[in-house]
Write a protein that binds this ligand. Sequence first.
Ligand SMILES: *Cc1c(COP(=O)(O)O)cnc(C)c1O
Length: 412
Amino acid sequence: MIFIDGRFKATNRGMIEAQLREITVAGRNFLFVPGPTNVPDRVLRAMSVASEDHRSPDFPALTRACLDGLKPVFKTITGYPILFPSSGTGCWEAALTNCLEPGATVLIARFGQFSHLWADMCTRLGFDVALLDTPWGEGAPVDQYLAALESDRQHRIKAVLVCQNETATGVTSDVAALRRAMNSVNHPALLMVDAVSALASIDFRMDEWGVDVCISGSQKGLMLPAGLGVTCISPKALEAAKRTSSRRCYFDYADMVAANASGYFPYTPSLQMMYALREALSMLAEEGLENVFRRHTHLAGGARAAVMQGWKLKLCAAAPKWYSDTVTAVMVPAGIDAAAVIARAYTRYNLSLGAGLSKVAGKLFRIGHLGDLNEIMLLGAIAGAEMAMLDTGISIEPGSGVAAAQSYWRKH
Ligand SMILES: *Cc1c(COP(=O)(O)O)cnc(C)c1O
């Protein structure tokens, strides 16, 4: 490599580094982590706008487009969609600090890194955590939730928390069944659902399931950059928030709902993200939400065919009833480090796969298939994962995953 002058050297440094890392620099990075997901070009264009005055008389139209447009996505008539300038994690914290008294008892099952982190947050915020420890790979244990609620005759449990789609293990739980369990013992606790990797890709029904707080974020099914906490609260949650003595300010539900009523925010919202959200909501409406769910189910079927029929590998999800339509967690054979597969996929093929987190670190890699994608895009990820696995010494049949996915999709 010859350097003519400093400038040439500077612009070529990236190229040299890329060569060292064997990155294929041409073409796009294949982003197949389960969030952040691909941002559609339409959304990128929509958010490429100059800033505007967020107190102008025109601003409420944008606020309404976003908040009203979110209602069908949450499947709510009576709920209040809220946009916080945070990620999904901020909405976890908002749910707890708005609706519960300090030290209140919460019931939560832990079966993966995200449900673990939410439970951990509850502990760190001083709540009394009734923990249902569940094997990773299984879904929410509705029978154990029921047993805990049934024996809670004094109604000490003030909130029931569940992660609808455990992104770390590729497991989806039955939120409707949990609501039925709560109703069967007439338990008055609030139901709080983490739908960060489910909303706008797996069916979620705020009103029908009697969800009091739904927690999500912008960078998964909503196809936006990270940066918006997207949450929805029931009238019961809002009432609770107005009563509790717990302290919060920035994330106060009542302040937000009051300001939103006139189309404004208590503080400066991200205008560009709101334009992006408005566009993403239009895209979801054009495709039709039920078609969006069907597409995710269809894509996930192909991904699972690649893993099980093609590669003859196992999923982390322990039973079909828990298979996630947004993320597939693939167990690598014993003696292989899944981190090596992920590193190889990235440095050699420019493919980003999701890592195994904490308990399952090194044991699995994840293929995210949510948001703006189609069969051929996912075939690219399956092909890349296949090459990375072969390169790291996993004995799978070359082409087997791609062929299995192709045949699944051509049949269904
Ligand atoms: C991504 C994710 C989160 C964390 O959301 P952030 O936006 O990263 O704060 C929480 N729960 C689940 C299930 C997730 O997939």
